[in-house]
Design a protein around this ligand. Sequence first.
Ligand SMILES: *[C@@H]1O[C@H](CO)[C@@H](O)[C@H](O)[C@H]1NC(C)=O
Length: 334
Amino acid sequence: MVRFGRNWLNILFVLISVTDLVFCRTLSGDRDPCGSTNPRKFQKLRSDQITVLINGYSESRIPLLQSIVASYSASSIVSSILVLWGNPTTPGQVLDQLYHNLTQYSPGSASISLIQQSSSSLNSRFLPRPSIDTRAVLICDDDVEIDRKSLEFAFSVWKSNPDRLLGTFVRSHGFDLQGKEWIYTVHPHKYSIVLTKFMMMKQDYLFEYSCNGGVEMEEMRNIVDQMRNCEDILMNFVAADKLRAGPIMVGAERVRDWGDARNEEEEEVEERVRDVGLSSRRVEHRKRRGKCIREFHRVMGKMPLIYSYGKVVNSVGEQGLCRKAGKLVFCDQD
Ligand SMILES: *[C@@H]1O[C@H](CO)[C@@H](O)[C@H](O)[C@H]1NC(C)=O
């Protein structure tokens, strides 16, 4: 009898789990993102709208996630929002409720999906999911909220620079002459890395990152898994290597940044003298990120990251112009 009861419980449990999965996942056909239908023909993808991919992990940040999704869904340029939930320990009921809340309280016409990630790999945020039907994607974290006007401005900048990586939060690689090694840092006037707090790009790079590049890319994706970090840096390597151009920094009017533990680091725009003045945690973070840069460099056998200068801001006179070596030039000219 006892045995029978246990079996029933197991079956019930499986049934509940499956139901949860179906309820949360409004998407189907995402089985093989690298399959033969990919990469999709650029021309067939929508160019007037964008797909937003938000990583969610922390239950304590659900209210913020809710607010970000509501804000982005209110924009007519957003075709759909995919919330990629990466925390496997979050109870099914919480996700059900979250899904209900996200769809209930988001005003716009954008379709909203909540996808429980089957793997905790940070690489899965860049999977070229077949449901992404726009040329442009916005990758973001659940800790940063950027106002709708700035989102739309960034999209307009992307439209005239569709091959570039665009972002609002930037960092740099650098070469430490004393240690004779590549490092992760912040430079006052130049940058080569955009963070996934807000990263816009063509969806082809998702395919490049996840499916192309053979054993080399596989080894670098494995480094991301081992380090549990640096998927954003690797995406910058991929795009810069493909394009032979650095990213573009776009300004945002209003940014609410709650700070991810992972990103808890230098928010200062001005470089402090080396690591002096940084908390030990930030120093540790920088070191880990520096290690990633060195590892990617080792695997690729070269340094593809390229510096960009200046930032594109949404105001008359400065739009589309970047400051470089003290002169204003079109941002494309670098
Ligand atoms: C959903 O919304 C309700 C009502 O605002 C709130 O009490 C609850 O905490 C929310 N839950 C999730 C998981 O978003």
